[in-house]
Design a protein around this ligand. Structure first.
Ligand code: IPD
Ligand code: CA
Ligand code: CA
Length: 276
């Protein structure tokens, strides 16, 4: 295995195993609200510390962008690790077994490798740019679903910031019309990994952060899928708006949501406001 992917895997497993060990004491955890419907627990913080310690020991000059720790290390580093130590915190805090650790590496702003670890199912998703994507060493491909009929889509509700509710539910209504079903499982990282491995045919969500997306995006790209923002562009890490599927289904989804993309959704924050 590629050495950087190997270290990322070790860090993801260490954090994931720690998180799972905390599952039976969720009711005693210290939980702090970060914003509307947005919580962080001591488990999120400790898991991120564990990941950063492992990565920093191996790569002391690299930079970090973590959900809990923000940007730190290697100020002019060409390599940046983008970390979501626990994606699906609300699920975790309810004992709802759908959450994951997500770690990606950017080289000069380009996705180089990514790992998503589901510690409940002990499923390890890995991707390396140009080297394909795998689930526990099995090569991944997105589905060949070429129409809405029979398609299973994933999504996330914009519950933290409800400004885009009208646009979101208009998209939902449109996509629900002809598909077999829509799932909202509560961990964007796993949703993306599940598109890469074919459990979902497509996925869309508004307002995600780079740490929710980075590893999953590379997994899907390496599994033959298309990932865009809502305007068919590549500004998903900047806008947080993501639309993904195999090429044929992606085109159909894009056409379906296009009439509902508002100016507010098109807005890309200036570089200074954006962590990537
Ligand atoms: C959240 C999950 C969720 C998505 C939210 C994310 P967190 O991440 O990925 O599925 O809908 O937008 O913030 O806060 O549990 O790491
Ligand atoms: Ca997250
Ligand atoms: Ca998180």
């Amino acid at each position: 295995m590629d050495p950087m992917l190997n270290i990322a895997t070790r860090a993801a497993r260490a954090a994931g195993d720690y998180i799972v060990r905390q599952l039976d004491r969720v009711d005693t955890l210290k939980i702090t609200p970060k914003g509307r419907n947005d919580f962080v627990s001591e488990v999120d913080r400790k898991a991120e510390d564990e990941i950063v310690n492992i990565l920093r020991k191996a790569y002391p000059t690299h930079g970090f962008l973590g959900e809990e720790g923000g940007r730190h290390g290697g100020p002019r580093a060409e390599y940046t690790w983008v970390i979501d130590p626990l994606d699906g915190t609300t699920n975790f805090l309810h004992g709802f077994p759908q959450f994951a650790v997500s770690i990606a590496l950017l080289f000069k702003g380009k996705l180089e490798c990514g790992v998503i670890y589901d510690p409940v199912r002990q499923e390890l998703f890995t991707a390396k740019r140009g080297g394909g994507a795998a689930l526990n060493s099995r090569r991944l491909r997105v589905t060949r679903q070429n129409g809405f009929k029979g398609a299973l889509l994933g999504t996330g509700f914009p519950f933290k910031d409800q400004r885009h509710n009208d646009a979101y539910f208009a998209m939902f209504r449109e996509l629900m019309k002809d598909t077999a079903g829509i799932r909202r499982a509560g961990s964007a990282a796993l949703d993306l990994a599940w598109v890469a491995c074919g459990r979902l045919d497509g996925f869309w969500e508004i307002g995600l952060m780079p740490w929710d997306l980075a590893a999953g995006v590379l997994l899907i790209q390496e599994a033959g899928g298309i990932v865009t923002d809502f305007e068919n562009g590549d500004k998903f890490l900047e806008t947080g708006n993501v639309l993904t599927a195999n090429p044929r289904l992606h085109a159909l989804m894009e056409e379906a949501i296009r009439p509902h993309v508002t100016d507010a959704l098109r807005y890309t924050p200036p570089v200074s406001e954006n962590p990537v």
